[in-house]
Design a protein around this ligand. Structure first.
Ligand SMILES: Cc1cc2nc3c(=O)[nH]c(=O)nc-3n(C[C@H](O)[C@H](O)[C@H](O)COP(=O)(O)OP(=O)(O)OC[C@H]3O[C@@H](n4cnc5c(N)ncnc54)[C@H](O)[C@@H]3O)c2cc1C
Length: 494
C-alpha cells in the first residue's frame, strides 16, 4: 500500500500560478501548504522561465505606476507617457480579441481584481521595472495598459516568488509528478504522486490545480488544435503535457475556453522543438518575431497572406503564429527595409536568424523564393501604400494600402530603402486555450455546473480565451485567480 501524506492545502504545479496560490493560501492562514512540481529543481517554474512576464492590468495612470518603480529617477519618469488603462479598456480588449466569447462573469472578475492582484504582488515583495518603450522625440511611449514587468523577467520573478514562499513556510517538492486523482466529480480529496523514490498518496483539505496547459504534448496538440499543430515549436516548458487536465476531465470537471485554440506566435525558424531561450536581464524571448507591423510577411511562394498592420502587435501576435502555420511548410519570411528595421522594439541588432541584401531580387535569391514573384509582391504592396497619410508608429495611424489583398491597415510604408532584410519564421505555441471551467471564486466546476468541493484552479490550466489574446494577460490572470484560489481554499472548512 502507498504511503499516505497529508497537508492543509496542496498546490499542483510549480509555475507562477502555483507560487502565487501557495503564498496566498499561506498568508491567509493555511497551516501546511505543499507544492508538487513535476520538473526537477533546475527546471522548475513552468512557462515564466522563458518570458519577460509583462503584466496588463487596470490602473489610474502615471502616479499609480510610479509606486511600482521608485528606483527610476524623476527626470526619466517624467518623460514616460502613462495614460490610465481603465476597466472598460481591459474588458473591451478581452471581448474584441476573443470575438465576444469570453465568459462575461469571469472576464469581469478578472478585470475587477487585476489592480488589487498586481498591487498584492508588489506588497509581498516582487520588484518591478518599466516595460519596453517607443521613443519619439523626448517622450517614452508604452503599449496601452502594459507598463511594468518584474525585475529580472520571468526567471527573476520565479526566484523571488520562491524565496517569498519558502520564507512563509511553503514546502516545495520537485520531481513530483501528479499521476492520479483520488475523488469524484463532487469532491477531490487527494492525488497519487510519482516521485524518484516511489509513489505515495497525498491528501489535503483543499487542492489548487496550477498544472499548466497541454501545449508540450504533440499528441494532445494533434488531437485538439488542428492540422500540423503537432509540428509546431513549444515556446515554453517541456513539462506542460496536460496529464493533470486530462485526469480532471476524467474525474468529471467541466471544460471551458477554446479547445481548438492556442496562443501561437511567429518565432525564429531556428527555434528548438521546445523552450526557446529568454534574453538576459528579463528583456524578453530571443526567438520572438513581433516587429512584423513595420514590414510585410510573405510565405515561401513570395505571397503576402495576412494584414500585418491590423492592430498593434500586442493584439495580433498571439494569432499570427496560427496564420503562419496555415502556409506551405508552416514557414514564412518577415521582410523589412531600413526604415522598418530602425523601428524594431529591441533595436536593429536584435539577435536573430536574418538574411540581408541590397535589393529585393537579391534577397529573394538568398531565401529561395523566385525573384520575379517576390519583386512583384513587393512592388504591388509599395504601389498600394497611401502616401497622403503620415506614418506614426505610436498609434493606429490609418496609413493603409489600397487595392492590394490582403490589405495592410496601418503603418503601410513602402519597402524602398536598402538594406533589405528577411527574417525566416515559423510557429511557436505558447499555451493552450481549452481548460477547466472555474467560477469567479476560482472553484472548479463539474459537468453539472456545481463546484467540485475542495478543488480550485488558476493559470493556463483554466479555459478562458478564444481565438486570440491581448498580450501580457496570462500573468495577471494567474495573479488574480491564484490569489482568489489561495484565499478561498484557506477559508474552506470541512
Ligand atoms: C516565451 C513566453 C513568453 C510569455 N510572455 C508572457 C508575458 O510577457 N506576459 C504574460 O502575461 N504571459 C506571458 N506568457 C504566458 C505565461 O507565461 C503563462 O501563461 C504562464 O506562465 C502560465 O502560468 P502557469 O503557472 O499556469 O503555468 P506554467 O508556468 O506552465 O506552470 C505549470 C506547472 O505545472 C507543472 N506540471 C505539469 N504537469 C504536472 C504534473 N503532472 N504534476 C505536477 N506538476 C505538473 C509544470 O512543471 C509547471 O511547473 C509567456 C509564455 C511564454 C512561453
Amino acid at each position: 500500500m502507498a504511503e499516505r501524506h497529508t497537508c492543509d492545502i496542496l498546490v499542483l504545479g510549480g509555475g507562477s500560478a502555483a507560487f502565487e496560490a501557495a503564498i496566498a493560501a499561506k498568508t491567509a492562514g493555511a497551516d501546511k501548504v505543499v507544492m508538487l512540481e513535476k520538473a526537477p529543481e533546475p527546471e522548475f517554474g513552468g512557462n515564466a522561465r522563458f518570458s519577460h512576464t509583462g503584466f496588463r492590468f487596470v490602473h489610474s495612470g502615471a502616479a499609480e505606476i510610479r509606486s511600482f518603480v521608485p528606483q527610476i529617477d524623476e527626470a526619466t519618469f517624467s518623460r514616460m507617457h502613462i495614460p490610465p488603462y481603465t476597466r472598460d479598456d481591459f474588458l473591451a480588449d478581452l471581448n474584441r480579441v476573443t470575438q465576444g466569447r469570453i465568459d462575461p462573469g469571469l472576464a469581469a472578475a478578472f478585470v475587477d481584481h487585476s489592480n488589487a492582484a498586481v498591487h498584492w504582488m508588489k506588497d509581498i515583495g516582487v520588484p518591478w521595472e518599466p516595460e519596453k518603450t517607443i521613443k519619439v522625440g523626448d517622450k517614452l511611449y508604452f503599449e496601452p495598459g502594459i507598463n511594468i514587468h518584474p525585475i529580472g523577467g520571468g526567471l527573476g520573478m520565479l526566484l523571488r516568488l520562491r524565496e517569498i514562499a519558502l520564507k512563509h513556510g511553503v514546502e516545495i517538492r520537485y520531481d513530483s509528478r501528479v499521476r492520479a486523482l483520488h475523488g469524484n466529480e463532487r469532491h477531490l480529496e487527494g492525488v497519487r504522486v510519482s516521485a524518484p523514490h516511489g509513489e505515495y498518496d497525498f491528501y489535503a483539505r483543499s487542492i489548487i490545480c496550477c498544472a499548466g496547459g497541454f501545449q508540450a504534448s504533440p499528441e494532445m496538440r494533434a488531437r485538439y488544435l488542428g492540422e500540423n499543430s503537432d509540428l509546431v515549436r513549444v515556446r515554453g516548458s517541456r513539462h506542460n503535457t496536460g496529464e493533470v487536465l486530462r485526469m480532471m476531465i476524467d474525474l468529471g470537471a467541466r471544460t471551458a475556453g477554446h479547445w481548438r485554440g492556442a496562443h501561437m506566435t511567429p518565432i525564429d525558424s531556428a527555434a528548438p522543438p521546445f523552450e526557446t531561450p529568454a534574453m538576459e536581464g528579463g528583456r524578453g524571448n530571443s526567438m520572438n518575431r513581433y516587429d512584423y507591423t513595420w514590414g510585410i510577411t510573405v510565405n515561401t511562394l513570395g505571397q503576402r497572406f495576412y494584414d500585418e498592420g491590423e492592430a498593434k502587435h500586442s493584439y495580433t501576435y498571439a494569432k499570427t503564429g496560427r496564420a503562419v502555420l496555415a502556409q506551405p511548410g508552416g514557414a514564412a519570411f518577415q521582410l523589412y527595409d531600413d526604415t522598418g528595421i530602425n523601428l524594431f522594439r529591441h533595436g536593429r541588432d536584435y539577435p536573430a536568424t536574418v538574411v540581408e541584401a541590397s535589393s529585393i531580387a537579391e534577397l529573394a535569391t538568398k531565401i529561395g523564393i523566385e525573384p520575379a514573384v517576390l519583386v512583384q509582391s513587393v512592388e504591388e504592396f509599395n504601389a498600394a501604400c497611401r502616401k497622403d497619410i503620415p506614418m506614426d508608429p505610436r498609434s493606429l495611424d490609418g496609413k493603409c494600402t489600397v487595392g492590394v489583398t490582403p490589405k495592410k491597415s496601418n503603418w503601410a510604408e513602402p519597402l524602398v530603402k536598402p538594406p533589405f532584410r528577411a527574417y525566416p519564421v515559423t510557429t511557436g505555441v505558447t499555451f493552450t486555450f481549452g481548460g477547466l471551467a472555474i467560477d469567479a471564486n476560482a472553484q472548479v466546476l463539474n459537468t453539472s455546473f456545481q463546484p467540485i468541493r475542495g478543488l480550485y484552479a488558476s493559470g493556463d490550466v483554466v479555459g478562458l480565451f478564444f481565438h486570440n489574446y491581448p498580450s501580457c494577460t496570462g500573468q495577471t490572470r494567474n495573479a488574480v485567480f491564484s490569489y482568489l484560489a489561495g484565499r478561498n481554499a484557506a477559508a474552506l472548512r470541512n
